[in-house]
Ligand binder design. Sequence first.
Ligand SMILES: NC(=O)c1ccc[n+]([C@@H]2O[C@H](COP(=O)([O-])OP(=O)(O)OC[C@H]3O[C@@H](n4cnc5c(N)ncnc54)[C@H](OP(=O)(O)O)[C@@H]3O)[C@@H](O)[C@H]2O)c1
Length: 284
Amino acid sequence: MKILVTGASGNVGKTVVQALLDYNEEVVAAGGDPERIQSLLGQQVEVVKFDFTDATTFDKALVGIDRVFLMRPPHLGNPQDLYPFIDSMKAHNIKLVSFLSLMGVENNPIPPHHKIEKYIEKVGLPYAHVRPGFFMQNISGVHAEEIRTMNQIYVPAGRSKTSFIDAADIGLSVATLLHDPEKYVNTSHTITGPESLDYFQIAEIISQVNNRKIKYANIGFLKYRKHYIKHRKLDQKYVDVTVALYFMTRMGTAKKVTNGFYELTGKHPKSFKQFAIENKKAFE
Ligand SMILES: NC(=O)c1ccc[n+]([C@@H]2O[C@H](COP(=O)([O-])OP(=O)(O)OC[C@H]3O[C@@H](n4cnc5c(N)ncnc54)[C@H](OP(=O)(O)O)[C@@H]3O)[C@@H](O)[C@H]2O)c1
């Protein structure tokens, strides 16, 4: 039987695909544009057209599938958007779903991941929730533009600390769970990078690696919201979810460092310094 990977073109999904192929699993990569996904991931994977908001795509995506990597696309801020597909997985007798959740949501009902985890458990789907810290790819992805053009990390995280993790380490964790479904049924895993850093320290590391001064802007929520919605033209719902996440970060919810990645994989997670070296070009 095969494993369906949702969000297969995304930060985490593409690393899940690669790690599953390394385990010699058969993978079906799901997304809105199958041709684009095929050219991104290569011919070893089967691709299927899939949309969480279009239930007519579910049955075809689940043919021959017994395990699923489930992620919530960032612009789907309403947890209910994922419920029809969760129901469909239950109807197809999926034997393990690994959901990309978020560190700390077991004690925090505000992020959509909390309700999605609860719904998966309520319908009785065997689960292995992965609750990562913030992704290092936030810095090399959505926030790289301000680093490149303004020499600033433009986020409203105050002086809080974050235990950033590399998306590839999340992908390996998910693949480890899906590769051994009986062992990991009905488990949850909080995984983080090796250390907790504030954004002043992140700016210092990027400055050293790129040999120019990058500052942490330490802006307020209103300025952040205005910049990313008005100037960057990002989806308002996505920006609002991130405002809530940065608010929680200021309360200290993103700083915990766990041993979860090592316990699952027997490997040490990547440091931010190493990530910055490998992704130097993103900040040039
Ligand atoms: N960033 C962080 O620090 C962090 C930390 C913890 C948890 N998370 C969670 O991780 C998730 C984001 O993961 P990511 O960064 O890997 O995602 P991403 O890179 O933003 O990619 C989004 C993916 O969603 C797919 N997608 C978009 N609309 C879709 C739809 N209607 N139906 C099906 N697929 C759709 C896209 O595929 P197509 O374009 O092919 O459709 C794409 O592969 C979010 O739930 C976020 O809350 C993020």
